[in-house]
Design a protein around this ligand. Sequence first.
Ligand code: A3P
Length: 311
Amino acid sequence: MAHVYPEMDPDSVREDVEANFIKRLEPVEMEGVPLLSDTVKNWAEIKRFQARPDDLLLCTYPKAGTTWIQEIVDMIQQRGDAQKCARAPLYQRSPYLEMFPPKPLPSGLEEAEAMPSPRTIKTHFPVQLLPPSFWEQNCKIIYVARNIKDNAVSFFHFHRMNMGLPEPGQWDDFLKNFIAGKVTYGSWFDHVCGWWEAKNHYPVLYLFYEDIKEDPAREIQKVAQFLGIELPESVLKKIVQQTTFESMKENPMTNYSTVPSSILDQSVSPFLRKGTVGDWKEHFTVAQSEWTDDICTQKLRGTSLSFRTQI
Ligand code: A3P
């Protein structure tokens, strides 16, 4: 893999990143969707990104299980060889297309462009903002959706620890903003519904966090089949084992401990935090829960989409 990172001395990277320190910036709207301000600054370049026909795109609303599917996919592609997956942190193995971290760290775009094929690329874009070449090249796309309540709680804690996102404020205020789509990447409803519709026209495998949690072997087999890869039972077992919450939390190549704490402060909240279905019950009041359920019923009416908030 061609990477900018390995030639850099980690200490000097940390110092440089701290010197170009990251700021808790408010999102900036692009076509009505709040995005990271650096994504918007580099919009023209992102839009021109040239996808290749054998690219695989991993797409999620933030905190829906991106990291998990990134590791699952790489483990499948490496036929269960954990050593090969330890070659680099996830953000290098499947670059985050629209991420422009503080210099000298390379942008996701630079990382993706430098990568030999076949590439796996990560994005959080809603369907309408995806660079058009992904559609033109008919790339395979794996989408992971997570129920709104756990997704909102996870995003709340991520705002607390990610120094590039706005302060979340109190939980109640954050939840209101989240439901109103006034957070980075916009409306959860538009995101999950947009990609649900896209799967009728493009090669999109639409997965649910709750299903992966319930039966990882079944869902990993689905992914392998979508990628045209046959997994012997012994390999499948290894992949299930390597991608448990506990294994990934311990693994420096998946737990984001390689990112400076000036960007992701894991002493505030770990990147791999709870990894469960139903943690929302520790955060939502009965009134918040009923309000969210009502809005969900209204917004998802007319779609065949349904979510489980417990398993
Ligand atoms: P919690 O904050 O609820 O713990 P993303 O990767 O999209 O940023 O999503 C992060 C969320 O996925 C976090 O949720 C994280 O713990 C969870 N996650 C990551 N790896 C996981 C795994 N192997 N099993 C279950 N959940 C996982």
